[in-house]
Design a protein around this ligand. Structure first.
Ligand SMILES: NC(=O)c1ccc[n+]([C@@H]2O[C@H](COP(=O)([O-])OP(=O)(O)OC[C@H]3O[C@@H](n4cnc5c(N)ncnc54)[C@H](OP(=O)(O)O)[C@@H]3O)[C@@H](O)[C@H]2O)c1
Length: 234
């Protein structure tokens, strides 16, 4: 694993990305966290402490990414964790929201990789976030399910194109203590708990452990790892 080089977490201002950033800050690594608003990203970096710094970029505006990433050098690990949450049903389709989400996860993330690959050593690694909504859809998940399915193909292609740089994807299920799901309340979480064999929902720390595995295990590339407490088994 590259002990050298910074860890870039796109979508690192909250939720799962922020916990991955915290993991590497606590290990003394240089960490770059991004969100849409540079002020917020800098504030979050200040809270994380250590050698963290924040930058602003909008993945749904891929044309601006080269400029936004200009100050990032020597990348050891790249984590692409951003999402714009939506509840987009085909019956009342929000075209603008759909276009932003597809652009963000599939085009914006790929442009970030394009920009940063020349600043990576051969032993660097990339992790993209998909999600189990691709296989277990719910009303309103149409675009989320679609882009998370797209991540599966994207990571296969990146693993071949970027070799020997490794590239993997993680697909969490319901992460019960993430900001998005914890806000839904205990009754909702209990229903999902009853759907997984372990009767315990995935935690943010479970996801961090899996991301670290994908980033650091030198024999894993092109993997789509499900971290979902066995959600689809019953
Ligand atoms: N939470 C779960 O249970 C779960 C389950 C399956 C998959 N996932 C996947 O895991 C990843 C992280 O999820 P999360 O729940 O931790 O997300 P989250 O709490 O909603 O955080 C999203 C992050 O993305 C950033 N972001 C939003 N729009 C952006 C844009 N247009 N350009 C750049 N950055 C943007 C946000 O930063 P600002 O707000 O500061 O801009 C924030 O840092 C996502 O890819 C999600 O699909 C999560």
């Amino acid at each position: 694993m590259p002990e050298q080089g910074c860890v870039v977490v796109v979508g690192g201002t909250q939720g799962l990305g922020r916990e991955v950033a915290r993991h590497y800050v606590e290990r003394g690594r240089e960490v770059v966290v991004s969100g849409r608003d540079p002020g917020r990203a800098e504030a979050v970096a200040g809270e994380l402490g250590g050698k963290a710094r924040g930058i602003g970029l909008d993945l749904a505006e891929p044309g601006q990414l080269a400029e936004r990433l200009a100050g990032v050098e020597g990348v050891g690990h790249l984590v692409l964790a951003a999402i714009e949450r939506d509840d987009n049903r085909v019956s009342s389709f929000d075209l603008q929201g759909a276009t932003r989400l597809v652009t963000l996860k599939l085009v914006g993330n790929t442009e970030v990789v394009h920009q940063l690959v020349p600043r990576m050593d051969p032993d660097a690694s990339v992790v993209l976030f998909g999600g189990r909504a691709k296989d277990r859809p719910y009303p309103g998940s149409t675009m989320v399910s679609t882009v998370n399915g797209g991540v599966t193909g994207l990571v296969h292609s990146l693993a071949v194109e970027l070799a020997p740089i490794r590239c993997n994807a993680i697909h969490p299920g319901i992460v019960g203590d993430s900001p998005y799901w914890s806000a839904k309340g205990e009754a909702v979480l209990e229903r999902y708990r009853s759907e997984v064999p372990s009767r315990q929902l995935t935690t943010m720390q479970d996801v961090v452990g899996a991301v670290v595995f994908l980033l650091e295990n030198r024999s894993v590339t092109g993997a789509n790892l499900y971290v979902d407490a066995g959600w689809l088994l019953q």
